[in-house]
Design a protein around this ligand. Structure first.
Ligand code: EPU
Length: 333
């Protein structure tokens, strides 16, 4: 366990915004957290590695960061393997471990920054896979009374970048472990655009090739937060009713879209922002990334307010041009 008073959060958010927390606690086990909880200054804020956060000022409470470790096989039945992973394990370390061991299911999610606990809260997704597809159980502690609770996949209320932990139960449960169900037999998912082509170029759909191909595609579009502060996609792709989509498409025939559930249509927010002329534009030190309009970047020294000023200008412009209100994927703190 590590407790730091007046801790800089610059290295705990991938935008690199330099604010402080009154107290930062890094907890390494459920027992440690339970022992500490009654003493901690409120409010509490749980973070992973801050790859989906935007701090708008100093945080006058306690930030909790899990460093719970461990990747343990708990069962093997037929072609399935069940693995329990600590919430503080780096997400991509887990992906690397799975690929090395021949476990299928998360290879398309390689390269996503962040940690296992936050991945389960955020329902991370990329290249045709969402992490909810392989989550069996999310193990937690309730902060108000230190009780333990296991959430089955169905109880997590998963949707596109959504879970019960971001909605009804926001801020109430700390994730200690996530139990995944992965496949021991090949299950390649290569439907996403350029993936199949890149995998073929590397020699076919072996696990390691899929991981490499995803990395190559990601690197061509997404900035490395260690070099240029950012939080991946800043907005979610809006999901709109079919009738509204038909009107949009008649005015903008080249609009990029994907079918969604219940007859809804998911429109590419990157396309909307790009088409509205924002790619590469900046307001002060906050900018729209040149290669992917859905990503906002900190060109150096930006505050949370600088990023929000740019985000608000984009939201307003997209509303005026397309009649669609973008929602942020990034959480403002
Ligand atoms: N597009 C443009 N201009 C742009 C960006 C995109 O025209 O500036 C169009 C292109 O036609 C492109 C299409 O939009 O082919 C889709 O773009 P991309 O493949 O980059 O995917 P995305 O919909 O913009 C989503 C996720 C990403 C994930 C990719 C790949 C969200 C909010 N974002 O982005 O996730 O990596 O798909 O599956 O759903 C993240 O959540 O932080 C993230 C990076």
């Amino acid at each position: 366990m590590k407790i730091t008073e007046y801790c800089s959060l610059a290295r705990y958010n991938t935008f690199g915004i330099d604010v402080t927390a009154d107290c930062m606690v890094e907890w390494a086990s459920a027992d440690e957290l339970i022992a500490l909880l009654p003493e901690l200054k409120r409010p509490l804020l749980m973070i992973g590695s801050g790859s989906n956060l935007l701090f708008t000022g100093n945080f006058h409470g306690t930030v909790l960061h899990s460093t719970v470790d461990g990747i343990d096989v708990i069962a093997e039945q037929g072609s399935q393997i069940t693995v329990r992973v600590g919430s503080g394990v780096k997400w991509d370390d887990f992906v690397a471990y799975a690929v090395l061991n021949g476990w299928w299911g998360i290879e398309n999610l390689t390269g996503i920054p962040g940690e296992v606990g936050a991945a389960a809260v955020q329902n991370i997704g990329a290249y045709g896979v969402e992490v909810k597809d392989v989550i069996d159980t999310v193990q937690t502690i309730r902060l108000s009374d230190c009780t333990r609770r296991d959430f089955s996949n169905a109880e997590c209320g998963y949707g596109y970048r959504q879970s019960i932990f971001k909605n009804e139960l926001k801020g109430q449960y700390a994730v200690t472990h996530v139990i995944f169900r992965l496949s021991l037999t090949p299950q390649p998912k290569l439907e996403y655009g350029a993936l199949e082509h890149e995998v073929a170029r590397l020699g076919g759909p072996a696990l390691a090739n899929i991981r490499s191909a995803v990395r190559t595609i990601r690197e061509s579009k997404l900035p490395d937060p260690a070099v240029l502060g950012n939080a991946g996609s800043f907005f979610m792709n809006p999901v709109i009713p079919a009738a509204q989509f038909e009107r949009l498409k008649s005015e903008f025939p080249d609009v990029v879209f994907f079918p969604a559930d219940n007859g809804m249509v998911k429109v590419s927010a990157g396309w909307l922002i790009d088409r509205a002329g924002w790619k590469g534009r900046s307001i002060g030190p906050a900018a729209v990334y040149e290669k992917q309009a859905l990503v906002l970047v900190n060109r150096g020294g930006a505050t949370g307010s600088d990023i929000i000023r740019l985000a608000d200008a984009i939201i307003k412009d997209i509303e005026e041009k397309f009649g669609i209100t973008l929602k942020t994927e990034v959480n403002y703190i």
